[in-house]
Design a protein around this ligand. Sequence first.
Ligand SMILES: *Cc1c(COP(=O)(O)O)cnc(C)c1O
Length: 480
Amino acid sequence: MSERLIFETGQPGRANTYFPNGRTADEFLPASALRDALPLPDNSELDVVRHFTRLSQKTFAIDTGFYPLGSCTMKYNPRVNEAMASQPGFKDLHPYAPDPLAQGALRVMYELERSLSAIFGMSAFSLNPAAGAHAELTALLIAKAYFAKIGQGASRTTVIVPDTAHGTNPASAAMVGYKVISLPSDARGRVGLEELKAAIGDDTAVCMMTNPNTLGLFEDHIHEIAEAVHAVGGLMYYDGANANALMGNARPGDMGFDLMHLNLHKTFSIPHGGGGAGHGPVGVAERLVPFLPVPIVTLDESGAYHLEHEREDAIGTMRSFWSNFSHAVRALTYIYANGGEGLTRVSQLAVLNANYVRARVKEFLPTPYDETCRHEFVATAQELKRETGVRALDIAKALLDRGYHAPTVYFPLLVPECLMIEPTETESKETLDGFIAALRDVVETAKRDPQAILDAPVHTVVGRIDETRAARHPDLRWVG
Ligand SMILES: *Cc1c(COP(=O)(O)O)cnc(C)c1O
């Protein structure tokens, strides 16, 4: 049964009695803040709780099932993170609290910043940006400010982006006003050094790379690539949205990257999806530190923490207050709970799980880049589509019927009918085996009875929906 909107339920006077004993809002609020007709739904607390609980039961979540969404890293959110983020000293702290009254919170941000710098080999991080794409924008604004400062603002006009990159990379570069040059991958699914050298020059501002790339492959010529870009005066940018193969094993700073971002809401186990808040710290090499956005947390000799709001070359502020501070608490909890060795093990297990699933999946779906992968891998349904008419999208829908969230499909773009699978480190062998069996069942059913897969899903709350309408024609207003 479909759930009615909260606006369609309840009735006037059921719960909207904000002021007791017949008192009215104008006793408390200035006239300018009063509204006559504010069409808020009027439901009892119990009905509201039931409404949202029912909605939560109709959706798919990492807490209810396996969620192998490549690149997006849907990993388990340890409950200790939530316990820490709900400590009253963090949760109830006012964002305008003066520094002396916010020492614990400032220390969290300071220690998170120091930890990320150490884990990824950067000089400093800004905790300002609210998510991955926002962080890319921040980093490119830093690059732009840097080139302006050294007198090359007008001549550095292009950004190089490999064709395996996340779509946000070219979009961010274009937003900052750069011309985007797309770099085709070679037969091994990596950036070709010769193609790169042909694309770069005096006009190169930034080369944006993801490593391991979104095919799950490590760019093994990364040092030569960084050297070539640096030789023409360009900057190397690392898209570390998904750093799940990297922690404790390799550092972007050591690979020659000057700028990077992380998605704490992926690698560092913060709940995300459904448009929830993210957190996307940006890290920089020494010469770019002056351009980081403010505020920045500093520690003085007496052991006191401060928020520094003024820095001459800072690009400004990318996010109000302290950005998504509760996520900083969650990420630091995750780092301290695991420790250095634990984070290294996280990466190793993520890689092991991905390779286990890859080795079994390739028995029934081709994996176009057939080598040991990192934290994720891609398979293709191109052959299956040719034989049966069943596409990657149909496989995704049929998996939902079998109790699994779909992998990422149709990304990266260079693999036709692509399924991009990332199991993450926390899943048991039984869960992985269950998923592999379900995927095998979908492929075998497609060969025997393609219509059964084309009709999927039949066991979910809604069936096939228009994949793009909500994005192209957003209709966010409720009209009663
Ligand atoms: C998720 C992701 C992004 C974008 O991050 P958002 O937080 O969704 O804006 C960028 N690059 C890669 C490789 C990603 O996986």
